[in-house]
Design a protein around this ligand. Structure first.
Ligand SMILES: Cc1ncc(COP(=O)(O)O)c(C=O)c1O
Length: 405
């Protein structure tokens, strides 16, 4: 359903139109153009690949369906995500099933359906005994010392990551032996590594470990899954072509491109940049210390973990304004720290002005709490046309599946 034409253009995007705020706006063309760069890089450097879209990064139904239509597999890490993929019509073998918290039923079904299943726990190894030998086909998530290989770039520099079977202490070796005894086909290795840097060095390390493991254990692999964690859609950061070219150089020394697939599982890199969050000023208040500009948006919708100290943002202001030395932009919640940013010497904001936050598509909608207000509207814009793809939740959606007495 096309609701309204956008009123103007800003760097190829439709300019936000006057819908009831707050809302998220997905910029479809930007999403597709950025995704194409990833596909082009894979086609150029490793034309035997799978892109698994990371559901956890943003599982809005329109978003996951869109990536399905673009040819992605669904990268899932729980029974709920796995069932969500099936619910929206993802092909039954177009699911990648990762993580340590799968359930036995969904694990068995995924293997029987021919999904890509990467194991991450001892209990999965036990479950394999209950599966017919021809369906005992898995990938192994590898835990390795990324901090040693990329000092200062890992997420847990002191005590290491917690996912996968550890290469350095021999756990990986034990699990490979056990799987071979159980006649399990080790079809792949999974090396996703969330890092602080999202830098090229991380992917050099991943490719090097992939080669080391392949050689040491003489594995004949159908796929190497390097996971997500890339940058994407930001001109000042590494580009898809650089990541994939770098990995091609290393991986091609031990893997045959025509035999072994390269799997990537982007989340942030493909959905972070093309989403904005549009809010309005609803009050301006002076205190002894500050001018507070209260908005109908909230920090919990764009930074739910409260870790960022700046946001890509712009103002949509209709009239000419004087500047103000310091304005503190706040959200609607009653938490004192729902303060988004300080605007120094910016235009004096008034009720009705809009503040637009860009590049807020990753780990936002999916982590936003139902705190005080419920989920906002979401629109998609393409070529100046805007379509609503999720209506804001109301108390009706909030009470669903609850007993009142
Ligand atoms: C296994 C796996 N794959 C892919 C991703 C997506 O990562 P990102 O959104 O940083 O690209 C994650 C994120 O934690 C992950 O754990």
């Amino acid at each position: 359903m096309i609701l309204e034409k956008c009123s103007g253009k800003k760097k190829g995007r439709g300019k936000p139109v006057k819908f009831k705020t707050p809302y998220y706006m997905i910029h479809e063309q930007e999403l597709d153009e950025n995704f194409k760069k990833l596909k082009d890089a894979l086609e150029k450097h490793w034309n035997n690949y799978i892109i698994g879209y990371s559901y956890k990064t943003n599982a809005l139904p329109w978003v996951i369906k869109h990536f399905d239509l673009l040819g992605c597999y669904a990268e899932t890490v729980s029974e709920d995500e796995y069932n969500l993929a099936k619910l929206i019509g993802v092909g039954k073998n177009h699911i990648i099933y990762n993580g340590p918290v799968k359930t036995k039923d969904s694990f068995m079904e995924a293997l029987q359906n021919g999904c890509i299943v990467n194991i991450d726990s001892q209990r999965e190894v036990e479950w394999l005994e209950d599966i017919e030998i021809e369906n005992r086909r898995i990938g192994i998530r590898i835990n390795f010392d990324i901090e040693k290989m990329c000092p200062g770039q890992s997420q847990c520099p002191e005590d290491g990551g917690r996912f996968g079977f550890c290469y350095e202490n021999g756990e990986l070796s034990k699990i490979i032996k056990k799987l071979q005894e159980k006649k399990v086909k080790i079809a792949g290795i999974h090396l996703h590594t969330s890092s602080k840097s999202r830098g090229l060095d991380i992917y050099r390390a991943i490719a090097e470990i992939a080669c080391k493991v392949q050689k040491e254990f003489e594995l004949d692999l159908d796929y190497v899954d390097v996971g997500g964690g890339f940058f994407g859609g930001l001109p000042t950061k590494p580009q898809f072509d650089e990541y994939i070219a770098l990995m091609e150089n290393i991986l091609s020394t031990c893997f045959d491109k025509t035999k072994t697939k390269l799997i990537v599982e982007p989340g942030m890199a493909v959905i972070g940049a093309p989403i904005s969050y549009v809010t309005s000023v609803i009050d301006v208040k002076d205190t002894e210390f500050n001018r507070f500009v209260v908005t109908d948006g909230t920090r919990t919708s764009i930074d739910p973990l409260m870790t960022k100290n700046s946001y890509f943002h712009s103002f949509d202001i209709k009239s000419q304004r004087d500047t103000h030395p310091k304005q503190v932009i706040c959200g609607y919640t009653c938490m004192e720290h729902d303060r988004l940013f300080e605007e120094k010497n910016g235009p004096t904001l008034q009720c009705g002005d809009q503040i637009i936050y860009d590049k807020v598509g990753a780990y936002t909608m999916c982590l936003t709490p139902l705190f005080i207000k419920y989920f906002p509207d979401v629109y998609v814009e393409l070529n100046g046309n805007v379509k609503k793809i999720r209506s804001a939740w109301t108390p009706n959606e909030y009470v669903q599946r609850s007993e009142l007495e």
